[in-house]
Design a binder for this molecule. Structure first.
Ligand SMILES: NC(=O)c1ccc[n+]([C@@H]2O[C@H](COP(=O)([O-])OP(=O)(O)OC[C@H]3O[C@@H](n4cnc5c(N)ncnc54)[C@H](OP(=O)(O)O)[C@@H]3O)[C@@H](O)[C@H]2O)c1
Length: 247
């Protein structure tokens, strides 16, 4: 039995992860702001501990994390997506909101949780795991995605850089690049989402990768391999494709 903390556990990918880990008998710290949804989770599984807080509020993060004792796996999943509608009237509030929610908030979580993950402070001798849910959107620049894409590119750098420094502390880092997953976040999208996957299937892929201690996960491969290929071409090829097909 492991102790797993998941941010954004009240919806979408995080909720599917929480239910899956809880049904397998693990102890889950389920984080989110929506208390009704947290209560519904606890009603389903008594091995779920709800932690209601806003990840962008450092005081709330500190108070919530003070209630955590043993922890083996941290999954930083909570996030939001807003598009930048008019490039000539760049909405700095929107930009700041997304960067804060998806990236800056991780700093406060790491400050509180890394000391608890450190092997010297834990009874379990297996390496603890730190998982970052980024997005395949960080692989290429997409129209209107200046805020979301920049936040996820930042998450990639944060995860990859921390992986180097945490290796000597025996903390394993995993970076996840999901493609399109059907959740309330993508239900708002009005464009085609190729190879759309359910949140349950996404959670299965993530849990399998975490169990195998993978350093990097991407799915569905049909989408992410295509994006990797396009990202290796000269920038003008992608610009031409994106302006014809995605604008
Ligand atoms: N869906 C996709 O296609 C897709 C693809 C690639 C990557 N991702 C990433 O996967 C993660 C989960 O996305 P999702 O699609 O499952 O989204 P979702 O269904 O909208 O869920 C988002 C979760 O984040 C939590 N959250 C948002 N802002 C928060 C805040 N300020 N404080 C605390 N919790 C907050 C929400 O909880 P409360 O409302 O209870 O606060 C909710 O549980 C995100 O990081 C997203 O960028 C999603």
């Amino acid at each position: 039995m492991k102790h797993v903390l998941i941010t954004g556990a009240t919806s979408g990918i995080g909720q599917s992860l929480a239910l899956s880990y809880a049904s397998a008998g693990h102890h889950v710290y389920a984080c989110g702001r929506n208390e009704e949804k947290l209560t519904a989770l606890v009603r389903q599984y008594e091995n779920i501990t709800p932690l209601s807080f806003d990840i962008t509020d450092k005081t709330q993060v500190k108070a919530a994390c003070a209630n955590i004792n043993e922890i083996d796996i941290v999954i930083l999943n909570a996030g939001d997506c807003l598009y930048m509608d008019d490039p000539l009237h760049f909405d700095s509030e929107r930009f700041e909101f997304i960067i804060n929610t998806n990236l800056v908030s991780m700093g406060a979580m790491l400050e509180q949780l890394l000391p608890k993950l450190a092997p010297t402070n834990r009874q379990n001798t297996e390496n603890p795991q730190l998982v970052f849910i980024s997005s395949s959107a960080s692989l290429l620049p997409f129209p209107k995605a200046q805020a979301y894409g920049a936040s996820k590119a930042g998450v990639d750098y944060l995860a990859n850089s921390l992986a180097l420094d945490l290796a000597k502390h025996r903390i394993d880092v995993c970076l996840v690049h999901p493609g399109f997953i059907k959740t309330p976040l993508t239900d708002k999208n009005t464009f085609d989402m190729p190879f759309l996957m359910s949140s349950e299937e996404a959670a299965d892929r993530i849990i399998e990768g975490i169990t195998k201690r993978k350093r990097y996960l991407q799915f569905p491969k049909r989408l992410t391999v295509f994006l990797h290929l396009l990202s290796s071409l000269p920038a003008r090829c992608w610009q031409s494709f994106a302006s014809k097909r995605l604008s």
